[in-house]
Design a protein around this ligand. Structure first.
Ligand code: RFL
Ligand code: PHB
Length: 398
């Protein structure tokens, strides 16, 4: 097989990249190791920044999102049994976020790709990326048991944290920056209307809790748990009791319960691989960087990367200049490190570290009090949460 851009991975990064390239008249082939049902039902992110919403709309993939997504104008912080609302539009000049699940973004992009776009092969596992440094990249892969090779002008690793593309970088070039956290998230989906109309981020001595949602009738909830937790050890009543304890306030707020339909544990990690380009191989999304989910940034960063890359590839096609491709890694990494900073700050602001000293706990309370009492501190949080805008030219990426 031959194509212009060989894309490994059909998560949000790979699917959106294929869509943006198609709109720019650039051929691509997407290889995805899992089957379609798996990709469409893998529960992960739920919050889309304003810039991500704008990109999906501009890519012609926003129709169902605009019908079914929930626009949110704020979040609530809870600590010391009190609530503090952060009002996004008031603090950021009108920005907001959208609750629309990653599963739904992927379903919409897959449907578009299969009807209008280039080949998207499920159960096609890339085995390596070869010859990327000084020639046309080759991607050997196995598709439903048969060996094949994808030859391309550019290869893009959108294959997530555990993918193969990053391994094609020579050790002498790669630099990895990493932090692991001594806790994880136990996440559940529940068939019950959300108990609050906006997301609630709660700091509690027993650990962090998050109330989120997928629709007006489905809640998504998370609990901080020790890093090595087995989700099976937590019974349904134990999960609800613990959520209630951590989310409770003094003003009579109540948590509604309902049947749990999904339960899993997510490790917490900060990770950046530099650079994001080696010759004709590019990394995008989780393949290059991971943030802990507290800042709701992972999917949004993946979108930022592929918008930047699609724009650079279109620019090269139109003008013959590789300037933007040459700047790709540095351009993305500036945004990535801002998201790393924010995600790490939100995580340490809201979680109870097992080794925290009484001094650390007082500092954490002081940081929360500062946000609750200073418009400047609130604005800093609101700007980062709603996302730093992408350039207009990048969004239209055509
Ligand atoms: P993905 O989604 O991991 O997709 C990678 C794809 O590559 C495939 N693959 C291969 N295909 C072919 N050959 C190979 N050798 C391959 N190896 C792997 C995989 O099967 C997969 O389909 O990466 P991508 O596209 O970069 O997208 C990143 C996002 O998925 C991720 O950052 C977010 O889910 C993170 N995240 C959140 N991000 C947000 O922006 N907002 C949120 O609210 C948010 N909440 C979350 C999250 C992640 C979570 N978990 C479970 C990690 C909440 C959670 C609990
Ligand atoms: C989610 O709804 O899954 C979600 C929301 C906000 C986060 C992380 C996850 O910070």
């Amino acid at each position: 097989m031959r194509t212009t851009v060989g894309i490994i991975g059909a998560g949000p990064a790979g699917l959106l990249l294929a869509r943006l390239l198609h709109r720019a008249g650039i051929d691509s082939v997407v290889l995805e190791s899992r089957d379609r049902a798996y990709v469409e039902h893998r529960h992960r992110a739920g919050i889309l920044e304003q810039g991500t919403v704008d990109v999906l709309r501009a890519a012609g993939a926003g129709e169902r999102m605009d019908r079914e997504g929930l626009r949110h104008d704020g979040i609530e912080l809870r600590f010391a049994r009190r609530r503090h609302r952060i009002d996004f539009p008031a603090l950021t000049g009108g920005r907001s976020v959208m609750v629309y699940a990653q599963t739904e973004v992927c379903k919409d992009l897959i449907a578009l790709q299969l009807t209008e776009g280039g080949p998207l092969l499920f159960e096609a596992q890339a085995l390596a990326v070869e010859d990327a440094a000084d020639g046309r990249p080759r991607i050997p892969f196995r598709h439903r048991g048969r060996a094949d090779v994808l030859e391309c002008d550019y290869a893009v690793g959108c294959d997530g944290f555990w993918g193969v593309a990053r391994r094609a970088f020579p050790a002498a070039l790669s630099r990895v920056f990493e932090r692991t956290y001594p806790y994880a998230w136990l996440g559940v989906l529940a068939d019950v209307a959300p108990s609050h109309d906006e997301l609630v981020y709660a700091r509690h001595d027993r650990g962090f809790a998050l109330l989120s949602m997928r629709s007006p009738s489905v809640s998504r909830l998370y609990l901080q748990v020790p890093a090595d937790t087995d989700a099976g050890r937590w019974s349904e009543p134990e999960i609800w009791d613990e959520l209630e304890r951590r989310l409770e306030t003094d003003d009579g707020w109540r948590l509604a319960r309902g049947p749990l339909t999904q339960k899993s544990v997510t490790p917490m990690r900060s990770f950046v691989h530099e650079p994001m380009r080696h010759g004709r191989l590019f990394l995008a999304g989780d393949a290059a960087h991971i943030v802990p989910p507290t800042g709701a940034k992972g999917l949004n960063l993946a979108v930022g990367d592929v918008v930047t890359l699609a724009h650079a590839l279109a620019h090269e096609k139109e003008t013959g200049s590789s300037d933007l491709l040459d700047a790709y890694s540095a351009t993305c990494l500036r945004r990535v490190w801002q998201a790393e900073r924010f995600s790490c700050d939100m995580t340490t602001l809201l979680h109870s570290a097992p080794d925290a000293t009484p001094f650390d706990v007082r500092l954490q309370q002081a940081r929360l009090e500062r946000i609750a009492s200073s418009r400047a501190a609130e604005t800093d949080l609101a700007e980062a949460y709603t996302g730093f805008p992408l350039g207009r030219r990048q969004i239209s990426a055509r």
